[in-house]
Design a protein around this ligand. Structure first.
Ligand SMILES: C[S@@+](CC[C@H](N)C(=O)[O-])C[C@H]1O[C@@H](n2cnc3c(N)ncnc32)[C@H](O)[C@@H]1O
Length: 464
């Protein structure tokens, strides 16, 4: 067989994969006498129906990834990506798609997930988007390259960092925070961490901003403590941040010497301010530490809370369980409207925070339990009793059959399901139907414009 190292091909995009990349199939003529060979191509930054020219290295393989070199026939939904880093940065994948196009696609994604489980896709409403889908994130994790540049990972390549001059999805003040820290690193010629050699100083910069209170947190993750030879550089960091960014109410230095490339801390040093910031959602006040899970698009999360309240119809004489409650984003507004509320969540610090948030907001009818969902539900059913309303907001992996069947057997009158993954949502919901539940409405909400993610909130009623 003739081995071709590189070939220019014309591909037509059939569909987008779960990472938002275009997918095309090409049948290639092979040597005389043998059947044509199928080549499956993954082509980022393309849209369904587009014809694109790509250069494919080793086209003899069955699957290849290739970047488009020319859009031969563009989709009417194609638009110019406004961010100068879009082509390389792994933060957004769909800036080349009109926002209307993205929203339509997200609605269809939810509908298809329901249909695959034999559920009625007519129940899915149009996705609620943002009026201004930019600068919506209140938390970002930037990474340092070994050379000390600050940025994001390249699309599909966790080893390469794309240095950033801006970011159009992070809150505007957060970008200023990132740039200021970047300048400080260059001025003191500090080195970033090298994942391969496990050498270097700076690993990540986490930036949090409350759009409600204006407070910001800057948290630097490094391999050494901020003293000794680093003392004068760190003093300078404190001075410049305090002077130039007075909204930074929490400046942290977190030591992480682990091989695992996560924003975790073995040793926390408070450089300035307090170790948390205040945020607000639905008129409730929350304390956020560097490791607290909190909804990252507060404007849209507020819509989720409002929808959940509308669907759950809480009453003063009812008991409620909030499963996977985090720090209580849904628990607090519901607790203000029901007789008693119990929250279950696996992360102990989130439960501690939920307890404190309830007290800070003068809510005294809550119980919070740090347990795995399955065990937590059993314990709550024994001590708290069965709930009239159950709200569930699991991670992307969903709640799973065992949890869903426990819920079904406990027969809450109404179930509100908040989901960040339509596929696991549909599988979980299907588990409830044999227990007499009917799915009522599914409302997708776009919390992550220009990315593949879609959140939805739905409710089920016990009808038998
Ligand atoms: C999508 S978040 C929702 C949090 C909260 N409802 C909110 O809006 O802030 C999912 C939560 O489930 C928690 N979690 C993950 N696995 C769990 C498990 N097996 N049992 C209980 N909680 C779990 C996570 O720690 C996280 O806080």
């Amino acid at each position: 067989m003739t081995v071709i190292k590189e070939e220019t091909l014309l591909a037509e995009i059939d569909y987008l994969d779960d990472k938002g990349n275009g997918q095309a199939v090409i049948w290639r003529e092979s040597d005389k006498g043998s059947n044509p060979r199928k080549l499956k191509l993954t082509i980022p930054q393309t849209l369904i129906g587009e014809s694109v020219q790509v250069v494919v290295d080793h086209p003899d393989k069955k699957r290849r990834k290739a970047m488009p070199i020319e859009i031969v026939a563009a989709s009417p939904e194609r638009t110019d990506a406004p961010c100068p880093h879009f082509e390389l940065c792994g933060g957004c994948v769909w800036q080349h798609w009109t926002y209307e196009g993205q929203l339509k696609h997200k609605t269809n994604h939810v509908k298809n997930a329901l249909e695959r489980e034999g559920l009625d896709s007519e129940l899915v409403l149009d996705t609620i988007g943002m009026d201004d889908p930019w600068h919506y994130r209140n938390k970002m994790e930037f990474t340092f390259s070994p050379e000390g540049d600050i940025g994001m990972h390249e699309q599909g390549n966790f080893r390469k960092i794309i240095p950033l001059e801006t970011c159009l999805i992070a809150g505007r003040n957060m970008v200023d925070g990132m740039l200021e820290v970047g300048e400080w690193v260059k001025e003191f010629e500090l080195k970033g961490y090298d994942k391969d050699t496990h050498e270097g100083l700076l690993r990540h910069l986490m930036v949090r901003e409350s759009f409600a209170t204006g407070e910001m947190m800057l948290a630097l993750f490094a391999t050494q403590t901020p003293d000794g030879e680093l003392a004068s550089a760190v003093d300078n960091l404190i001075e410049r941040i305090t002077k130039k960014l007075p909204n930074v109410k929490s400046l942290l230095w977190l030591v992480n010497t682990d091989w695992a490339d996560r924003t975790q801390s073995e040793d926390t040093h408070l450089l300035a301010g307090r170790d948390f910031i205040y945020d607000e959602m639905a008129n409730y006040r929350y304390r956020l530490w560097f490791d607290t899970f909190f909804q990252t698009n507060p404007l849209q999360a507020q819509k989720l809370v409002d929808l959940a309240l509308k669907m759950g119809k809480p009453r003063e004489d009812e008991k409620m369980i909030d499963l996977f409650c985090g720090v209580g984003t849904f628990s607090l507004p519901f607790a203000a409207r029901v007789k008693e509320l119990a929250g279950i969540e696996i992360v102990e610090t989130s439960i501690e925070s939920a307890k404190r948030n309830a007290i800070d907001n003068d809510l005294h009818n809550t119980t919070f339990l740090a347990r795995d969902a399955r065990r937590g539900l059993d314990e709550m059913h024994d001590h708290f009793g069965f709930a009239d309303i159950l709200l569930i907001d699991p991670p992307r992996s969903g709640a799973g059959g065992k949890v869903m069947r426990r819920i079904g057997r406990s027969k809450p009158k109404r179930i509100v399901y908040v989901s960040c993954n339509p596929d696991t949502f549909a599988t979980d919901v299907a588990e409830l139907l044999p227990f007499g539940y009917t799915l009522q409405t599914v409302q997708p909400v776009d919390l992550f414009p220009h990315t593949v993610h879609v959140e939805c909130v739905a409710w089920l009623e016990l009808t038998i």
